[in-house]
Design a binder for this molecule. Structure first.
Ligand code: SF4
Length: 483
């Protein structure tokens, strides 16, 4: 069968939820995604590999970052003539995505399968859209491959776990949830299907860039996070190194950002992985995210030896009570030690902070600013907290207001921005956004920081990188205008 995998142009700016996520409130969420996290659609790339293994012809369209309009996507679809259109539907702006998919479906003769955050959380609402033939309701990959197989053979789909669909007489059928899938069994993402030159990140030090996932899920239980809803699983070190080798040798990738939430969670496995990378003499550089309590001198030394150039830490607050409220299970001292050690070992450090958590006051935000300035971070990102679905915070909003804001937003209700903030701080939404700007100013606009960055070995590469992204965005924009 001929299958198109699609990431739609999202138009984040139109969603009130996404408006509050931009760091410091400076960049619109859309520009933030274009600039800071120009990441390839990894989920679709895994999916594409699985479909290819089944023998299908695949076209992958990245509407979001390749600058494809819906009209252009339709043109490409008509040329390819898919039997199946397989599209992600995001939680931030599902209404627009459903509308775009309707245009595509009405003009093509194919089945439409929806996957992603929205169909998983709101399967019944998804299938109410008559142009959606099937939606995937689980997090795995088994349902999609089984579904494609059954459609290809024209067989019944009612025994596939993790899907929702309408029968020919209009009845909705939702099958049992999909079982946990084995992350290690996934093939390598089909990077040959995308233009790897268009992916990037504002903090990338070596062009060309891609992302990888060595593990999924997290065993911790921070209140604001959805990664804990996925059971922790990791790939074997051999498989990780094989993929790194492929990125380096086949795609000429120079830098890989690992998207794992807690890369160093298994100490021994991390050290073994580094040893394997060193043994294979891989030249590709890489970046990880992890917790401050999951690093020490020995592990950082190994990471550096194996080519890791940067560690991004979820710090969140400079006030211990707020950290405790978030169930972070880390101390300010652990943060200070980890960041200091990381910087001392020559790695670039980035800290993520959140403003507006449970118990947040002007005083605790000042603590956060002071702490961020005190520890040797190269970069810091301050965001107003957004209560993502499935988190304790979102449940708390539901409990206090009796409203499911994500669903209401999808149903077209205009949700005032202040509604999205967690309910457990007395600070207003306006105060929080103003504080998020102040935190950015306080961190970046100080002589000591400017001096430190002027002397830093990273500065030159970071400046070049911003020009690369400007050039890339211009190229995509001009291409969009011309076609
Ligand atoms: S914030 Fe990090 S450590 Fe906490 S649950 Fe999420 S991924 Fe795990």
């Amino acid at each position: 069968m001929r299958i198109i995998l699609l990431r739609l142009p999202i138009a984040y700016n139109q969603s009130s939820a996404s408006r509050i996520t931009s760091p410091g409130g400076y960049l619109g969420a859309h520009l933030y995604c274009e600039w800071f996290v120009r990441y390839p659609p990894l989920g679709l790339l895994y999916q594409a590999s699985l479909f290819k293994k089944q023998g299908h012809d695949i076209l992958l369209l990245d509407g979001e970052l390749a600058g494809l309009t819906v009209e252009k996507i339709l043109k490409l679809c008509k040329k390819f003539q898919p039997d199946i259109l397989f599209s992600t539907i995001n939680i931030f702006n599902p209404q627009n995505e459903f509308k775009s998919l309707k245009i595509l479906k009405d003009n093509l003769n194919c089945k439409l399968i929806a996957r992603g955050h929205f169909p998983r959380l709101y399967p019944e609402q998804t299938i109410l859209n008559k142009h959606i033939d099937y939606a995937l309701t689980g997090k795995g990959f088994t349902a999609s491959t089984e579904l494609i197989d059954k459609i290809a053979r024209n067989q019944a789909t009612n025994n596939i776990k993790g899907i929702i669909y309408r029968t020919s007489d209009g009845k909705t059928v939702k099958t049992e949830d999909e079982n946990q899938f084995d992350f290690n069994l996934l093939p390598m993402p089909a990077r040959e299907l995308i233009d790897n030159n268009i992916y990037n990140s504002a903090l990338t030090l070596h062009d060309k860039f891609t992302t990888m996932t060595a593990s999924i899920g997290c065993p911790y239980s921070c209140t604001y996070c959805i990664d804990k809803t996925i059971k922790y699983q990791s790939s074997s070190n051999e498989k990780i190194v094989l993929e790194m080798e492929e990125c380096q040798n086949k795609y000429k990738i120079k830098e890989i950002a690992f998207l794992d939430s807690t890369f160093t969670i298994d100490r021994k496995k991390t050290i073994d992985l580094c040893n394997l990378i060193i043994k294979k003499r891989l030249k590709v550089k890489w970046v990880i995210r992890t917790r401050v309590d999951l690093v020490d001198e020995e592990i950082i030394d190994k990471l550096v030896e194996a080519g890791c150039i940067s560690i991004h830490y979820g710090i969140e607050s400079g006030n211990q009570t707020i950290l405790n409220n978030l169930n972070r299970k880390i101390t300010l001292e652990q943060i200070r030690t980890a960041v200091t050690l990381t910087e001392k070992k020559g790695l670039l450090t980035l800290g993520f902070f959140m403003i507006g958590n449970k118990g947040e006051t002007s005083k605790t935000i000042e603590d956060t600013i002071n702490f961020a300035k005190e520890i040797p971070l190269h970069f810091a990102q301050f965001n107003v907290v957004l209560a993502l679905p499935e988190t304790y915070m979102a449940e708390n909003i539901k409990l206090n207001t009796g409203r499911d804001l994500w669903l209401e937003s999808y149903l077209g209700k205009d949700i005032p921005a202040h509604m999205w903030k967690p309910q457990e701080t007395d600070l207003s939404y306006e105060e929080l956004t103003s504080w998020s700007k102040k935190t950015m100013h306080a961190f970046y606009l100080r002589p000591a920081y400017i001096l430190k960055m002027l002397k830093s070995k990273f500065t030159y590469s970071i400046i070049i990188q911003q020009f690369r992204i400007i050039f890339l965005l211009l190229k995509i924009y001009i291409r969009k205008l011309l076609k």
